[in-house]
Design a protein around this ligand. Structure first.
Ligand code: NAD
Length: 334
């Protein structure tokens, strides 16, 4: 089957080619570096399948163009599907498949990495030693042992994250609209309501999906309810957080540390080299100017293990649709 693969980087080709060549009947993959949006949808003319990633724009207009050009299947190389207008996809008869789980360890471990970076100021320490400055002033950290970690969203990633933090000797508070026994079964973990989690946590880590109900879950009001000097970690989706409210929280000292792998307006920044450009996003520039903020560019998923699994599941999803077998990873309009 002809597949137009958008937002392709060299590593996507590398892993998708391996998985595709191992398939019983390999597909015709055509790679485009550009993102999918209303303007670039015409590139997929005549492709039955379009394969996209987190920052592609599959709104109603884009989906309409794709459907008119003969696309029947949209294969997401990710778990989240907030970039798809599901209502429009359903009306146009487009099937959507995704990769519901690849390596939850990759994302959970990255969240822990951000915590350790901030907690022990490793970013500053690294640069200082490279500068032959071996002083410790300004590098004072705190023990994770005995601190309280608030986990918002205790699904696959949130639970693994909690298990790792349990190993540090932390107390674990969880909040989820659908509590599960995987999280509550962790020694020392308990579910609380959101206000209690906000009020008692030293570190809050977001692991819930982006939905209308979770958009700006972290806002002026919820920040006010947090402990003074709290650490906020977001490896989930940028729009869970009202960035301007976080900036104000940093300025007043209400928020003591911020570790982000995702950013509200990352769509025009992340996965691209802007080192020769003047970044026009003043909010992002201000955010990254703070000493107590660490940002990575949506790389939490980026391990060999995860990319292998993403490529394998994506090719399997496309093959299942082509062969008319059950689409186990279909996303349906709820
Ligand atoms: P999951 O579906 O296993 O878990 C999500 C959990 O959030 C579920 O338990 C669900 O009940 C809960 N939830 C839903 N609405 C909620 C709400 N309003 N408040 C609190 N909890 C709520 O998903 P997962 O595999 O653990 O992934 C979590 C998120 O991580 C994804 O939605 C995605 O946005 C993000 N993610 C980021 C990266 C990255 O590279 N940074 C990679 C993969 C996933």
């Amino acid at each position: 089957m002809k597949v137009a693969v958008f937002s392709t980087r060299s590593y996507d080709r590398q892993f998708l080619d391996v998985a595709n060549q191992a398939a019983n009947s390999p597909h015709e993959l055509e790679y485009f570096e550009t993102k999918l949006n209303e303007k670039t949808a015409s590139l997929a003319n005549g492709f039955s399948c379009v394969c996209i990633f987190v920052n592609d724009v599959a709104n109603a207009a884009t989906l309409k163009s794709l459907a008119e050009q003969g696309t029947k299947l949209i294969a997401l190389r990710c778990a989240g599907y907030n970039m798809i207008d599901m209502q429009a996809a359903s009306e146009l008869g487009l099937k959507i498949v995704r990769v519901p789980a690849y390596s939850p360890y990759a994302v959970a471990e990255h969240a822990v990495g951000l915590i350790l970076m901030l907690n022990r100021k490793l970013n500053k320490a690294y640069n200082r030693v490279r500068d032959d400055n071996f002083t410790l002033d300004g590098l004072l950290g705190f023990d994770l042992h005995n601190s309280t970690i608030g986990v918002i969203g205790t699904g696959k990633i949130g639970t693994i994250f909690a298990q790792i933090m349990q190993g540090f000797g932390c107390h674990l508070l969880g909040y989820d609209v659908y509590p599960n026994e995987h999280f509550s079964g962790i020694a020392g973990a308990k579910y609380v309501d959101l206000p209690e989690l906000l009020a008692k946590s030293d570190i809050i880590s977001l692991h819930c999906p982006l939905l209308p109900s979770t958009h700006h879950l972290i806002n002026r009001d919820t920040i006010e309810q947090m402990k003074q000097g709290v650490m906020l970690i977001n490896t989930s989706r940028g729009q869970l957080v009202d960035t301007r409210a976080v900036i104000d929280g940093i300025k007043t000292g209400q928020i003591g540390y911020v570790g982000l792998d995702v950013y509200e307006e990352e769509e025009d920044l992340f996965f691209q080299d802007h080192s020769d450009n003047v970044i026009q996003d003043d909010t992002f520039q201000l955010l990254q100017s703070f000493q107590n903020v660490v940002i990575t560019a949506h790389q939490a998923f980026f391990t060999k293990n995860a990319l292998t699994a993403i490529a394998q599941t994506t090719i399997d999803n496309i093959s299942s649709w082509e062969q008319g077998t059950e689409l186990t990873n279909e996303v349906k309009l709820s």
